[in-house]
Design a protein. Structure first.
Length: 235
């Protein structure tokens, strides 16, 4: 009976992972750190309840949003409308073959142009930061000059699919909120995912970025600039 229960539980988890894959742009299931367990030497994670996708294209010649340590840095902005117990962020380049935006996904203005570029991709590096003092839609005027608090960063993740060269150079990170620590609490406000390539040089190619949460977060908004975000986020 014990074996049967274990088998049934494993089958249920496998079914959730398959369903998560089907709704995550062709990527493996995107699971949470909270509640994760280990079985047979592997981590078993419950798929995030909420996954928001952003389809983008890093076009050569487009000026970076910033330059950090010699790397051209670009940003994806995220409005998180409520306190979150955990946020997961992952990015893959190129975007998975056949992946197409669906209703509810966010799409870069360059995405359609980028789909024709089937040759280039980049070694993703990502970070997650929050704008200090921007917690209400009326605070967006302060966003351009705000200080940004960094939660974490990631370069290579063994959980992500390999790139076309056969290397696991795509990125994933999970941040669990620490409510008692103002620098680690995932509060309502404006966030940004910074991305670049590990190697110094141009960032070029399509990509798919996803933000996951173990609870539903209605009202999440994603955009490529503060001005775009200010126009999208209403009072």
């Amino acid at each position: 009976m014990k074996r049967q229960v274990i088998f049934m539980a494993s089958a249920a988890i496998a079914a959730m992972m398959v369903a998560g894959c089907a709704s995550s742009g062709g990527l493996p299931s995107f699971g949470a750190e909270m509640g994760a367990k280990r079985a047979a030497g592997k981590s078993i994670r419950i798929p995030y309840t909420s996954v928001t996708s952003y389809y983008g294209y890093a076009k050569p010649g487009v000026p970076p949003d910033a330059v950090e340590d010699g790397h051209n840095m670009y940003f994806i902005y995220i409005w998180v409308p409520a306190v979150a117990p955990e946020l997961g962020v992952r990015m893959i380049s190129p975007a998975p073959k056949g992946a197409e935006p669906k209703e509810g996904d966010f799409v870069s203005p360059l995405w359609e142009e980028g789909k024709a570029d089937t040759e280039h991709y980049f070694d993703t590096w990502i970070s997650l930061e929050r704008a200090d003092g921007v917690s209400e839609p009326g605070d967006f005027d302060k966003a351009a000059s705000a200080q940004w608090t960094r939660y974490d960063s990631n370069d290579d993740s063994s959980e992500m699919p390999k790139n076309p060269a056969g290397r696991q150079y795509n990125s994933l990170m999970r941040i669990v909120s620490e409510p008692s620590n103002p620098l680690k609490a995932l509060v309502r406000g404006l966030y940004r995912v910074g991305f670049t390539t590990y190697k110094v040089g141009d960032v070029q190619g399509t990509f798919l970025a996803q933000i996951g949460s173990p609870v539903a977060l209605p009202g999440v908004v994603v955009g490529s600039s503060i001005a775009e975000m200010q126009a999208k986020v209403s009072n």
